[in-house]
Design a protein around this ligand. Structure first.
Ligand code: 6PG
Length: 478
């Protein structure tokens, strides 16, 4: 039998993806460097569908129908290059290699170009949804050529998550690295969302004086409204869990040092290069790094802070409502930044990414899945040339209604000495965008003063320089 598709790299993500294809009626060739993993998969799951176990790379390639389609599910970086090299040597023109790992989009661009020159298709596909998603339906973000996508489309559509309206959560995002770029931004948004939720938790705990169980209840309630999302749902689960060993809330026994595998950092590094402000994501990455600096933190515990007591119960309830408003307004701002970044990347690399289509495929399957994503899809559907999400009438109206509480929460946080870098960066970004005048004119003046870096004027075209060291007259610098 020849297999419709092959999966090499059978760690948990690869294994679950292979099972997902098989459960959807595809015959799946399996390959793993350590052969026992391949055998285990066939032994444990052959009742789910049809598998062809291959013990060598040659056997694996020979098992695939043509054009061959093989999915690589190995660690990003060196291991991915090694596996691509190994298989590319065995493939023939027209065959398709899919990299389903969390590759850096720049690596994907390089690999796609090199393989294209050899007549092979290379599809860098972002896959979100963790282990469960891989098995039951992830959100899939494929890049590469449109032709390659067409040959994969039925399979990807059948294994992908389905949005509430039944649409599969996959689309051709754009050429070469577009899929992995968009997956990277997804993860950046994921970091920002998690940070905002963490700040809401911190405020409810230390300002409202709520217990973790009470906060779990609050999040459950929020999850019935506009914040309805997977991340809020699991937050409530984590907060209502007690540690078996101590009986204490789980969240109190876990070390408060957040780790990261790097996709959030990549997002911010890339944003710096593109010159697009993603302060919410940057604050989230920095908040994780700060939490991990035990040295800096232990050297700082004696620093003075405000003496503010938790709120009285009646005030606490009103405060919790304000936190919901602040969280929602910050979320809109942070997603707007994410979409601004997608648009910059798309322009920089000529990808022509459809922003509404990205929102559509994030409605289900992925970590940031939420009711909110359908609103973003709708915003772009109503106005395909929307310059930024904040310009959408509905989002603008909601932020307008939330802004009073948002400001109050940021001020209360400062008064109580609770760090809210996500909430306050989002608010600062919002206020900066709406300001008719920014102090950037002063920055330009300073630059011109110390380095003759020149400036433009508001009242006429051209570039100018003031003779700061002389008679301070203005000269044209064109
Ligand atoms: C997903 C997740 C996935 C991974 C995160 C974890 O979309 O399914 O984003 O890719 O679990 O990247 O990231 P950190 O370890 O960096 O928090």
């Amino acid at each position: 039998t020849s297999a419709h598709i092959g999966v090499t790299g059978l760690a948990v993500m690869g294994r679950n993806l292979a099972r997902n294809f098989a459960r959807n009626g595809y015959t799946v060739a399996l390959h793993n460097r350590t052969v026992s993993r391949t055998r285990d998969l066939v032994r444990d799951f052959s009742d789910e569908g049809s598998f062809v176990a291959a013990e060598s790379a040659e056997e694996f390639v020979a098992a695939l129908e043509r054009p061959r389609r093989l999915v690589i599910m190995v660690k990003a970086g060196g291991p991915t290059d090694a596996v691509i090299d190994e298989f590319a040597a065995l493939l023939e023109p027209g065959d398709v290699i899919i990299d389903g790992g969390n590759a850096h989009y720049a690596d994907t661009r390089r690999r796609e170009k090199a393989l294209r020159e050899r007549g092979l298709h290379f599809v860098g596909a972002g896959i979100s949804g963790g282990e469960e998603g891989a098995l039951h339906g992830p959100s899939i973000m494929p890049g590469g050529s449109a032709d390659a996508y067409e040959s994969l489309r039925p399979m990807l559509e059948s294994i992908a998550a389905k949005a509430p309206d039944g649409t599969p959560c996959t689309t051709h995002v754009g050429p070469d690295g577009a899929g992995h770029f968009v997956k990277m931004v997804h993860n950046g948004i994921e970091y920002a969302d998690m940070q905002l939720i963490g700040e809401a938790y911190h405020l409810l705990r230390d300002v409202a004086g709520y217990s973790p169980a009470r906060i779990a209840e609050t999040f459950r309630e929020w999850n019935t409204g506009r914040l309805d999302s997977y991340l809020i749902e699991i937050t409530a689960e984590v907060l209502s869990h007690d540690d078996a060993a101590t009986g204490e809330p789980f969240v109190d026994v876990v070390a408060d040092q957040a780790e990261q595998k790097g996709t959030g950092r990549w997002t911010v590094q890339t944003a710096l290069d593109l010159g697009v402000p993603v302060s919410g994501i940057a604050e989230a990455v920095f908040a994780r790094s700060l939490s991990g600096h035990a040295d800096l933190r232990s050297a700082s515990t004696h620093l003075p802070g405000p003496a503010a007591a938790p709120l009285a119960p009646d005030d606490a309830e009103r405060f919790a409502e304000k936190v919901e408003q602040a969280l929602y307004a910050s979320k809109i701002t942070s997603y707007a930044q994410g979409w601004n970044m997608i648009s910059s990347g798309s322009q920089e690399y000529g990808w022509d990414i459809d922003p509404g289509a990205v929102a559509a495929i994030w409605r289900a399957g992925c970590i940031i899945r939420a009711v909110f994503l359908d609103r973003i899809r709708a915003a772009f559907a109503a106005r395909p040339d929307l310059p930024t999400l904040l310009a959408d009438d509905r989002f603008a109206k909601e932020i307008g209604e939330a802004q009073g509480d948002w400001r109050s929460v940021v001020a209360t946080a400062a008064g109580h000495g609770i760090p809210v870098p996500g909430f306050s960066a989002a608010l600062a970004s919002y206020d900066a965008l709406r300001s008719p005048r920014l102090p950037a004119s002063l920055t330009q003046g300073q630059r011109d003063f110390f380095g003759a870096h020149t400036y433009r004027r508001t009242d006429r075209p051209g570039t100018f320089h003031t003779l700061w060291g002389g008679d301070r007259s203005e000269v044209s610098a064109d």
